[in-house]
Design a protein around this ligand. Structure first.
Ligand code: NAD
Ligand code: TYD
Length: 355
């Protein structure tokens, strides 16, 4: 079996669902259930014998030690993190605690467990750390995409905390021999994406008749990957990635934010036209920019493609259509995640950003 952390969040839940749909190998899913963790994402697994959900913190060493001893996973996959840049600007503390201290404690527990394994299990064991392209900083318009050799230049408390965790993972391999692999992926989108992030926020605001808040000029570029393609990359790296290596994950799909927002609006115009017949794009408003906003991310995924033969299954056109359709079909899920705490976040982040 494998131990997954953060498996009630956006990418973790997609990973758990895809894994159990394709494999008989069981999952222990440890998640703290912060505002971003949602058991409803895993509702279809309620009777699944291969899924054990445990609510808890990656920084709770006693709990992790007990889970490792009890279940003896052959791999630990660390998705758990505080993940939203804007939240890291308003309150970095949780990012330091989970992404740095939590990852450190998890590594310590895993190291102790791994040290006690018989030689064959020790050799086969993997710690897979799920990270982001944001650790590499921001690119200029003509710069080459991030390769694995790009220097770390994180610019937000979020990316700095992820960079710190990547460094700890690396150090646990070099110092203690722990068999680690790290993936650094570009921006994901797809089902179960919490509507604080760009694409789901635009979908739910558009449908609610609210403004579509584009930060600054909207010409910041992100490299978008459908979440299930990220999950297939993680499975492939777990299966065949070389120990101690990092693999960049991306679909060669750079787009400025404003183009993403227009694409979402056009799909909604087609699939759920506004009652007054006006285009959803009429709801777009430019608001104050994010402090320290990275201008451009782009991933060079050649190492993963050439070494491990991974390819994304979706183009942006097919993935974004599926995503918009998913949100239209899951209005109850959207209603349920827009709790009081969500409304409070919207107030904190957008109230001070007059158009
Ligand atoms: P998310 O915020 O949707 O989910 C994070 C999950 O981790 C939640 O279920 C939350 O409850 C859980 N969690 C938070 N703190 C925890 C703790 N201390 N102990 C246990 N569980 C805890 O995030 P996501 O978008 O699914 O991202 C998952 C991982 O992938 C993160 O490590 C993130 O840095 C990385 N990543 C995300 C993207 C993206 O575009 N979303 C891209 C590249 C990499
Ligand atoms: P986000 O989904 O927060 O991902 P990240 O910051 O990790 O790339 O944001 C994606 C891009 O969209 C980023 O350039 C910021 C921008 N953005 C907006 O323009 N408006 C918004 O309301 C949000 C949440 C993001």
């Amino acid at each position: 079996m494998i131990l997954v952390t953060g498996g009630a969040g956006f990418i973790g839940a997609n990973f758990v669902l895809d894994w159990l749909a394709q494999s008989d190998e069981a999952i222990v899913n440890l998640d703290k259930l912060t505002y971003a963790g949602n058991r409803e994402n895993l509702a279809s697994l309620s009777d699944h014998p291969g899924h054990l959900f445990v609510q808890g913190d990656i920084g709770d060493s006693a709990l992790i030690d007990r889970l490792l001893k009890q279940h003896k996973p052959r791999a630990v996959l660390n998705f758990a993190a505080e993940s939203h840049v804007d939240r890291s600007i308003h309150g970095p503390e949780d990012f330091i605690q989970t992404n740095i201290v939590g990852s450190f404690r998890l590594l310590e527990s895993v190291r102790a467990h791994w040290n006690g394994l018989p030689a064959d299990e020790k050799a086969a064991f993997r710690f897979l750390h799920v990270s982001t392209d944001e650790v590499y900083g921001s690119l200029g318009p003509g710069d080459a995409a991030f390769s694995e050799a790009h220097r770390y230049e994180p610019n937000s408390p979020y990316s700095a905390s992820k960079a710190a965790s990547d460094h700890l993972v690396r150090a646990y391999h070099h110092t203690y021999g722990l068999p680690v692999v790290t993936t650094n992926c570009s921006n994901n989108y797809g089902p179960y994406h919490f509507p604080e992030k760009l694409i789901p926020l635009m979908i739910v605001n558009a449908l609610a008749g609210k403004p579509l808040p584009v930060y600054g000029d909207g010409m910041q570029v992100r490299d978008w990957l459908y979440v299930k393609d990220h999950c297939s990359a993680i499975r492939r790296v777990l299966e065949a990635g070389r120990v101690g290596e990092t693999y960049n994950v991306g679909g060669w799909n750079e787009k400025p934010n404003i183009e993403i927002v227009h694409t979402v609006c056009q799909l909604l115009d087609e699939l759920r036209p506004r009652a007054d017949g006006r285009p959803y794009a009429s709801q777009i408003t430019h608001v104050a920019d994010r402090p320290g906003h990275d201008r451009r991310y782009a991933i060079d995924a050649r190492k993963l493609e050439q070494e491990l033969g991974w390819r994304p299954a979706e183009t942006f056109e097919t993935g974004i259509r599926k995503t918009v359709a998913w949100y239209l079909e899951h209005e109850e899920w959207v209603r349920n995640v827009q709790s009081g705490a969500y409304q409070n976040w919207v107030q904190v982040n957008y109230a001070g950003r007059a158009a």
